[in-house]
Design a protein around this ligand. Structure first.
Ligand code: ZN
Ligand code: ZN
Length: 251
C-alpha cells in the first residue's frame, strides 16, 4: 500500500478504537458503519496531527441476500483533509466464522471450537448473562481452564468468535480484499485533472437483449464523475445481455 500510494504509513500505537464500539457488546456502536469509520479516522487525524488517514470498520450479521447465512461486510476508507475528499470501498463476504453459542458440556465446547477454526481463530467466553470472562482466547489450555472454573455442566458458558482482526485471520483476508478495492479506486484518476478516486457514481440499467434488442435490467452504462473538477465520463458496455435476462425472450 505504501508503495502504491507513495506514502509513509504510520500505524498509531495506543489508539483506543474500543470507544467507537466493540464486537463483544460492552460498548455498542452508536452509529452506522460509515459514520463510525469517519469518526474513527478523523479522531486519529486530530490526535496524531496528520492530513491523510485510512481506516476500516467491519459489520457482522445476517447476509443481505442469502438466508440463514452470516456475513462480514468490511468498509475501508481514505480521508484526505488537506484536499478535502474521501474515498471508500466495501467488500461483502459470507466467508466468516461469526457465530456464538450457549455451551453446556465439554463435548459441545470442543465441537463448537473445531467448527469455528479454533485456535487459529480466537474465542470470547462470557457468562450466560453476557458478562465477558475472557477475550482473545487462543489456546486449548485457557479455554478448558475457563470451562472448569465456570463449572460447566452446572453452569452454561456463552462462547463466541472473537471478530477483532488480529484474532481472526478470515476477517483479515476480507479486510485485505476491501483494501485492494480501495487501492484500485484511489489509483483510478480523473483524465481531466488527475485527482485520485475517479469513481463510478451511477449505474444505468437497460443493456439490450442479444436476441431481440429489448432493454433488460442489466447495467448498460457506468457514469464516472470527478469530485474535484466534476469531469464526467459515460462508459457504455459493448456486450449484449444474455436472453435469459430478457422479458420478451424469457418471460
Ligand atoms: Zn477532475
Ligand atoms: Zn430478448
Amino acid at each position: 500500500m505504501e508503495g502504491k500510494l507513495e506514502a509513509i504509513c504510520i500505524i498509531p500505537e495506543r489508539y483506543n478504537t474500543d470507544r467507537f464500539g466493540t464486537f463483544s457488546g460492552e460498548i455498542e456502536r452508536d452509529a452506522d458503519a460509515i459514520t463510525t469509520l469517519r469518526k474513527k479516522i478523523n479522531t486519529a487525524l486530530d490526535e496524531f496531527n496528520v492530513d491523510v488517514g485510512i481506516g476500516s470498520e467491519g459489520s457482522f450479521g445476517p447476509h443481505p441476500f442469502l438466508p440463514l447465512t452470516p456475513a462480514d461486510e468490511e468498509l475501508v476508507m481514505l480521508i484526505d483533509r488537506k484536499n478535502n475528499f474521501e474515498i471508500g470501498a466495501t467488500y461483502l463476504t459470507e466467508e466468516t466464522n461469526y457465530t456464538q453459542r450457549i455451551i453446556h458440556t465439554i463435548e459441545e465446547l470442543k465441537q463448537f471450537a473445531d467448527a469455528v477454526q479454533f485456535p487459529s481463530h480466537a474465542l470470547i467466553a462470557k457468562t450466560e448473562e453476557g458478562i465477558v470472562i475472557k477475550k482473545g482466547i487462543d489456546n486449548w489450555h485457557d479455554l478448558l481452564q475457563i470451562a472448569t472454573r465456570q463449572d460447566l455442566g452446572r453452569n452454561a458458558l456463552c462462547v463466541e468468535t472473537d471478530m477483532r482482526a488480529m484474532h481472526n485471520p478470515t476477517r483479515m483476508k476480507a479486510i485485505e480484499k476491501a483494501t485492494q478495492l480501495l487501492m484500485d479506486k484511489i489509483l483510478t484518476t480523473c483524465p481531466n485533472c488527475d485527482a485520485p478516486g475517479f469513481e463510478v457514481k451511477e449505474k444505468i440499467q437497460g443493456l439490450s437483449c442479444s436476441w431481440c434488442g429489448t432493454p433488460t435490467q442489466l447495467v448498460k452504462s457506468l457514469i464516472r464523475k470527478c469530485w474535484r473538477c466534476q469531469h464526467t465520463v459515460i462508459e457504455e458496455k459493448i456486450e449484449k445481455a444474455p436472453p435469459q435476462y430478457c422479458e420478451v425472450c424469457n418471460p
